[in-house]
Design a protein around this ligand. Structure first.
Ligand code: GDP
Ligand code: CO
Length: 396
């Protein structure tokens, strides 16, 4: 893959937050050499393959159409470990069983290394309880509903499998070729990074919407929610640097990848606020504003890259309630951050009241946090999971 080296960077404590990088060539063959311009890096196929072997791709899924899941599976490079974490309903129709069968059938043809697990499996909750990881539980001592919760379970499985990198791809994607591109971008970003503490976020070139007439697609650049999330994340960065910025463009990107060394240090916010809060939490932990226990990461630095795809992003449209929930969660996690200045808090509150997303006199949702998983006894976790989680299947 040929892509931009970061052209501009906001530095914030130990963090380098790079501006959006473009892809010039999806496949630059085995050519590791210097491309035509100093500003472009060519990441050869051998280097990409080597990183893919160390990478797990987590697919969080809740009741998506099976055809879409099958497409997503087909787009993931063979050498990545694919991990499906499902919170699909089991009644009246056992959707999880159907997902398992679809995965099984896929595997019969491609013989790939895959894991699948249901988020609500009581055996999973037993394993988590045993190792003291209970911040992910609801009042019933079972893992809560939520996309973030599924992602964290996926990261635990990736760590258990000894993977060094973990990426996320939503299950509702219509274009298998774009799934493939996301993983190539993840691997290229990692190849370009200068620290073991890295995050690569996908910026979609277009997110098409049906036009009013329903005849054509409008190739829109920004979703409604992401525009507003990015604006407030940028405000947060600007407050501390003293300079206005537009650097953040991927606040709500579900498609992103982290090195396990960074992933295991972070705190995660519940549900759909997970993606913007990853950025907020990196600012909290490594921005030099609050004390941190993670001196090694402070010494080596944290890099956040944002890479713009060539493929447009086509996914399932989920309606206005979902958008309101996302915007409330996304802005709520900025609002409630320990590093959010009062001025920005007022602005967020005003915006949410103005659009009647929250009622007068109410604050944005304070979502639950999920603690970092760096101290979990993985050996113990794996043992109980294998013994008791009946939904857990490992193939390949
Ligand atoms: P959007 O694309 O950000 O608007 O959000 P989606 O509704 O498409 O959700 C993103 C992904 O998370 C999809 O693959 C969903 O099926 C999945 N998802 C949503 N809720 C849950 C959940 O509670 N658990 C798991 N494991 N996945 C979920
Ligand atoms: Co979606």
């Amino acid at each position: 893959m040929k892509l931009d080296l970061p052209r501009y960077t906001e530095r914030f404590g130990a963090i380098s937050l790079h501006g959006v990088q473009r892809v010039y060539e999806l496949d630059s063959a085995f050519n590791e050499g210097r491309p035509a311009s100093e500003a472009i890096r060519s990441v050869g196929n051998a280097e990409i393959s080597e990183i893919e072997r160390k990478m797990a791709i987590v697919i969080p899924i809740k009741g998506e159409r099976l055809k879409l899941l099958e497409g997503v599976l087909s787009g993931i490079p063979h050498d990545c470990l694919t991990i499906i974490v499902s919170n699909s309903p089991r009644q009246p129709v056992d959707r999880f069983k159907l997902e398992k069968e679809a995965l099984d059938q896929f595997n019969r043809f491609v013989g790939k290394n895959t894991l699948i697990l249901h988020q609500k499996d009581p055996g999973l909750s037993d394993a988590l309880k045993e190792v003291g990881y209970t911040s992910i539980f609801g009042p019933d001592d079972i893992v809560r509903n939520g996309k973030a919760e599924g992602m964290v379970i996926g990261m635990l499985l990736a760590k258990m499998a000894g993977k060094e990198y973990v990426g996320f791809i939503d299950a509702d994607n219509y274009i298998p070729g774009s799934v493939n591109e996301y993983v190539k971008i993840f691997a290229s970003g990692i190849a370009m990074s200068n620290t073991p503490y890295t995050m690569v976020r996908i910026s979609w070139i277009y997110k098409p919407k049906w036009s009013e007439s329903g005849q054509t697609h409008e190739m829109r650049k920004w979703g409604r929610v992401s525009e507003i999330t990015n604006q407030y994340l940028n405000d947060l960065v600007s407050y501390y640097t003293g300079f206005e910025t537009e650097v953040m463009r991927t606040g709500n990107s579900g498609e992103h990848c982290l090195s396990m060394k960074l992933a295991e240090l972070l705190t995660y916010s519940s549900g759909f606020s997970v993606e913007p809060y990853e950025v907020v939490n990196i600012l909290e932990e490594f921005g030099g504003i609050l004390p941190t226990e993670n001196q090694d990461a402070m010494d080596k630095g944290i890099e956040i890259m944002q890479v713009e795809t060539r493929n447009p992003h086509f996914h399932e449209e989920k309606g206005d309630d979902h958008l309101n929930e996302m915007v409330n969660g996304s802005l709520g996690c900025i609002y409630h951050s320990k590093i959010c200045p009062p001025r920005l808090r007022d602005k967020i509150s005003e915006w949410l009241h103005g659009r009647e997303i929250i009622q007068e006199g109410h604050e944005p949702d304070l979502l639950k946090n999920i603690s970092s998983f760096k101290n979990i006894d993985m050996h113990q976790f794996a043992k109980i999971l294998h013994d008791r989680a009946i939904s857990f299947v490992h193939s390949g």
